[in-house]
Design a protein around this ligand. Structure first.
Ligand SMILES: [Zn+2]
Length: 262
């Protein structure tokens, strides 16, 4: 019986991961039809067969190529599906209650989307961090006032500190003419995301998250700085040897969530 619940969690997670791939692809674009529009190949625009959309497996059966035009399909799709499926399984196995499992699953799933969208486009769609801010504070309130206040402080402190950092560094860089009068030192996505993470991890773990994200960012910077290519179809080319901070924030927050869970 327990095995059936675990298998169900894994399969549901794989399906959520499959949907998440669509969200990651379509949310930053103008294409906001996540349910109504059938999946299609981005190269030849052929509508996909249902058997080509089975999470994790289809990619391997198709050997990572489109059935119609043989265009390469990124390995990231099955990887995201496998990761979300494993996440669901871990939540089912280790969570102290179904509510705790659901909370961590929602938080980490949204962070995967935020991290990958930021990596792709250098933008964080604000509705995602705002969504997990609300769920984090709501789940915290349900667990008692001390949890709620810890998360509220995490949210306010995280957002306020990095908003001030953004405004301050923008002001300084504009004053020394390193930025145009209409440019910001960084986007508003990062402060909002840090606030959202504080609203889920609480103020104590928020500080560890920022430390972990910075350390991993510095480490991975050396690996990615020389492989990074300018994004196609984008008139704003990221400065050389730079990376968005959002993916590292998301990664560190996922690691701490799983650390606390297991
Ligand atoms: Zn195709």
């Amino acid at each position: 019986m327990v095995f059936l619940i675990f298998a169900w969690a894994f399969l549901m997670g794989a399906c959520v991961g499959s949907f998440l791939n669509v969200v990651i692809l379509r949310l930053p674009s103008d294409e906001h039809s996540f349910f109504t529009k059938r999946s299609y190949c981005y190269n030849c625009h052929q509508t996909l067969y249902w058997r080509d959309m089975v999470p994790i497996f289809s990619w391997f059966i198709l050997k990572g190529k489109c059935r119609f035009c043989h265009h390469r399909i990124s390995f990231r799709y099955p990887l995201v599906e496998l990761f979300i499926a494993t996440l669901a399984l871990l939540c089912a196995v280790f969570a102290e209650s179904p509510v705790q499992g659901l909370e961590i699953f929602i938080f980490c799933t949204v962070l995967v989307a935020v991290g990958l969208i930021d990596l792709d486009t250098w933008m964080i769609p604000l509705q995602l961090p705002i969504l997990v801010t609300l769920t984090g504070l709501g789940f915290g309130y349900a667990q008692g006032m001390d949890v709620f206040y810890s998360r509220l402080i995490g949210f306010v402190a995280g957002f306020a500190f990095f908003a001030l950092f953004l405004l301050g560094s923008t002001w300084v860089l504009r004053a020394v003419k390193r930025l145009q009068p209409d440019e910001n030192a960084m986007g508003w996505g990062d402060p909002v995301l840090i606030g959202a993470i504080g609203a889920n991890l609480g103020w104590f773990w928020l500080s560890w998250m920022i430390l972990l994200a910075s350390l991993q960012g510095i480490l991975l910077y050396f690996f990615f700085s020389w492989t990074r290519k300018p994004l196609p179809d984008d008139d704003w080319v990221p400065p050389q040897k730079s990376m968005p901070f959002g993916p590292f924030l998301a990664l560190a927050a996922i690691e701490i969530s799983l650390w606390n869970l297991i």
